[in-house]
Design a protein. Structure first.
Lengths: 301, 310
């Protein structure tokens, strides 16, 4: 669609036959500029990462050397034991297992529920489909804060306070996933399923064997963002969980902040541990980051 | 909108049986929609209504609740604390949103195809988006404390002490904004990167041949083409910035005094420290209405500056 506009602009060109020469005048000046640009960018990136680097340095220092003037990245000894101490100071392993469990189950439910409803909105004919879809979408503008208070009362009523259910279920049915997958599903060519329908496949079968594989990138994007959302969620766990055995990583860190007194090196060790899983996830998927955002229509089209 | 990397049309029947006779799929639809619909009813629709009702009650966590009409709203609007919370939130939004958009767009442009490896640079700026906010805030409170990294560097290089950022009424809010920018702009940067990647190079190349300067190319060709993404980013960033909570809660606790008490932080205090759920619900609705109004205005205003391709 955009190539049409390109042709329109091309009409006015005097010499359309020599674009290859004119377009890339890879002069020495431009090469120098590229090197300067990349060097500066690298410095900015380093400055940007400084807080995280400082966190790791601080996590390895002896307690008395966290605050020094002038600042020293490395203390008189490198204390890997800080990590062990931080791990045991609070049941940190438990926090991590809790969060992995909550985030995984939550992501799974989100994917299944979103796929089913997205398929309905993309492919099934039923009355009020348009209206219902708009209704789904309208829930997206409601801020979490509006929901959180009555939800807390409901959890109390159901006896779900301090439970995994309370951490998982309220956020597993968002219209966001439905919307994202539906946008993807409507681009799947209809011919694909017509063939499957002739073979006698039902809707579930079509969803599973045609839409899911074709829309794998969209599922991946939704899965990653949902997982990270659960992993980092703070306000709701803060409200609904007070029992350490059900705490998630952010809550555990918060507890640490309150309890550790002056043990900053332990807090930094704990923060480092808390960052590892999601950072690893992003590093592993870095190839798909931009593509995923473009594919899923999160770019605003 | 992106085109799917699948070209499977030839696989299907050349002359497929047209969708003749639109049979309704009502029954199947009920089955497919049931999970998400029940979930949304229970965990979104019901709480919205309940929250609206709660706002008109005096509703402590323990004890009887009493209908109180618009008392919660009246007392909120008369409350200096709430006014401060609104002003703090607006200050945050006004500082945070433009900075976020400019920095994220600037870096997205800077990480041009000439930079290698592009993915690595993009990933670096994206990292704090996915690390827990509590951890991010913990680092910043270490760095911004007296004798922390910033103060220590200032003493070493300039021989002066840095202000006590987190304990100063002047500096606490900028500190919250700084943390929020640092951890927040990476997301918009990726949105803009995706949009920039989608701008056809033929367009910019044609302009280069026409003798357009890099600045002209950017402002006259590239920028108009990515206005839909900018609009999207501004809308979402504004909405989320009105809901700022964790950064202030962890970094400053809303202090010193109530210098960084944002609306949601105030809501949390009222609801879950003073256990006044009716009042907290009323705050949530005031917030909701503010967000709604601003979003509606943005959608009205977009006609003036957002270019969608015909």
């Amino acid at each position: 669609m955009t190539s049409d506009t390109a042709n329109v602009t091309g009409i006015g060109l005097p010499e359309p036959a020599t674009p290859s020469i004119a377009v890339r005048p890879r002069s020495r000046a431009s090469r120098v500029r590229a090197i300067v640009s990349q060097t500066l960018l690298s410095l900015v990136a380093l400055l940007f990462l400084a807080p995280i680097i400082w966190m790791v340095f601080s996590a390895l220092k002896p307690s008395a050397e966290v605050f020094t003037v002038p600042p020293k990245p490395i203390g008189s000894s490198i204390k890997f034991s800080n990590f062990a101490e931080a791990w045991n100071y609070l049941p940190f392993g438990r926090f991590i297992l809790n969060t992995i469990f909550v985030a995984s189950v939550g992501t799974l439910i989100t994917l299944v529920a979103s796929a089913l409803s997205a398929y309905a909105f993309a492919r099934l004919n039923f009355r009020y489909r348009g209206g219902l879809f708009v209704l789904y979408l309208s829930t997206l503008i409601v801020p979490q804060e509006v929901i959180v208070i009555p939800m807390f009362l409901v959890m109390k009523q159901l006896g779900w306070v301090n439970s995994y259910k309370a951490l998982i279920l309220p956020w597993a049915f968002t219209a966001f996933g439905t919307f994202l997958l539906r946008q993807f599903f409507i681009t799947v060519p209809k011919e694909l399923e017509e063939a499957a329908k002739l073979d006698g496949c039902g809707h579930l079968r079509i969803l599973r064997s045609i839409f899911v594989p074709v829309a794998a990138p969209a599922f991946a994007v939704l899965a990653v963002f949902t997982f990270i959302g659960y992993w980092n969620s703070f306000l709701w766990p803060l409200i609904t969980v007070s029992d350490t055995s059900r705490m998630t990583v952010p809550l555990g860190l918060q507890l640490f902040l309150g309890q550790q007194g002056q043990r900053w090196e332990l807090l930094m060790a704990a923060s480092t541990i808390a960052m590892v899983p999601t950072v690893a996830l992003v590093l592993a998927l870095q190839k798909y980051l931009v593509k995923g955002i473009a594919l899923s229509g999160l770019g605003g089209r | 909108m992106a085109i799917l990397p699948v070209d499977v049309t030839d696989v299907a029947l050349a002359e497929g049986p047209g969708p003749r006779g639109r049979r309704g799929d009502g029954r199947a639809a009920i089955g497919f929609l049931a999970p998400s619909m029940l979930g949304l009813l229970a965990f979104t629709a019901f709480p919205i209504v309940a929250s609206l009702i709660l706002g008109f009650y005096d509703w402590p966590v323990i004890g009887d609740h009493v209908f109180s009409g618009v008392k919660n709203y009246q007392s909120l609007l008369a409350s200096d604390e709430f006014k401060t919370a609104i002003i703090n939130t607006i200050v945050f939004v006004v500082l945070y949103v433009p900075l976020n958009i400019v920095i994220s767009l600037g870096l997205a442009v800077w990480i041009s195809p000439r930079i290698r490896p592009r993915g690595l640079y993009r990933t670096i700026f994206f990292i704090p988006v996915v690390t827990p906010v509590v951890a991010n805030a913990a680092i910043f409170s270490l760095i911004l404390s007296p004798n922390g990294l910033v103060d220590s560097l200032m003493q070493t290089w300039f021989g002066v002490q840095a202000p006590n950022f987190l304990g100063s009424k002047t500096w606490a809010m900028p500190a919250v904004v700084l943390l929020s920018i640092w951890q927040g702009f990476g997301y918009n940067m990726l949105v803009f990167s995706a949009a920039l990647d989608a701008v056809p190079t033929s367009l910019t190349e044609a302009a280069t041949i026409d003798g357009a300067s890099p600045a002209a190319r950017f402002f006259r060709i590239v920028l108009p083409l990515i206005t839909p993404s900018i609009f999207f980013a501004v809308v979402l960033t504004l909405i989320s910035s009105f809901q700022v909570f964790t950064q202030a809660y962890v970094l400053t606790g809303g202090g010193p005094g109530n210098a960084t008490t944002t609306m949601v932080l105030y809501l949390y205090e009222q609801g879950f420290q003073f256990f006044n759920l009716g009042r907290a619900s009323a705050i949530a609705w005031v917030l909701f209405i503010i967000i709604l109004i601003i979003t509606v205005f943005q959608f009205i205003g977009q006609r003036k500056w957002v270019h969608y391709d015909q």
